[in-house]
Design a protein. Structure first.
Length: 197
């Protein structure tokens, strides 16, 4: 019943069910981090979020690998942050611990919502954050990845520069693996058709 429901939801969303070749291909990019079921779940969540927010599926998977090693329930303490709260005539400053939540650990905030700690919720939050940067960067993918990694434009630390480069390289590796899986899938389909019945 759950399998049929999942297929129905994917069909309505316009997201294709990952093939066994795609699942294996993603697993090969992070063999210690993904089981076959986990790889399937991450592919579905990344595709859904990519379609919803008009961002690249491989970028989402690359960020997820770097930020959490594909672990949905991650809540990273980012240390104290400070905000100004306006109470009419005066302003009061207060500080609190900030958390980056979910598989993609996007922008920090005061608390993690339960939905952010799910696989699909984590990809949705991360994709929304990447789409925000994509819009600020007028569609420039590299600029958006750089913003996602830390957004300190003038004095960006070496760590932030390294992070967005890691995103780009890992996304290329994932994109290549998934493209190769499509070739193997087509080759297998041809071989299956040519087998005597």
């Amino acid at each position: 019943m759950i399998v049929l429901l999942t297929k129905l939801v994917l069909a309505l969303a316009g997201v294709e069910e990952p093939t066994a070749f795609e699942i294996d291909a993603l697993r090969e990019t992070a063999p210690n981090d993904l089981s076959p079921n986990d790889a399937r779940e991450h592919l579905i969540a990344a595709r859904t979020a990519a379609l919803t927010y008009d961002v690249d599926e491989a970028d989402l998977l690359a960020i997820s690998h770097h930020e959490s090693r594909y672990t949905p329930g991650v809540a990273t303490n980012e240390g104290p942050g400070s905000w100004w709260e306006d109470f009419g005539a005066g302003k009061i400053r207060w500080a609190s611990v900030r958390w980056s939540c979910g598989v993609m650990t996007p922008w920090p905030h005061l608390a993690c919502a339960p939905w952010e700690l799910t696989t699909i919720g984590g990809y949705a939050a991360g994709a929304a954050h990447l789409a925000y940067w994509k819009k600020l960067c007028r569609g420039n993918r590299l600029c958006a990845l750089r913003g996602y990694s830390g957004n300190n434009w003038d004095g960006q630390t070496r760590e932030h520069v390294k992070t967005w480069v890691v995103f780009v390289r890992r996304a290329a590796r994932i994109r290549s693996a998934l493209a190769d899986s499509h070739k193997w899938s087509r080759t297998q389909q041809i071989a299956d058709r040519s087998k005597p019945q």
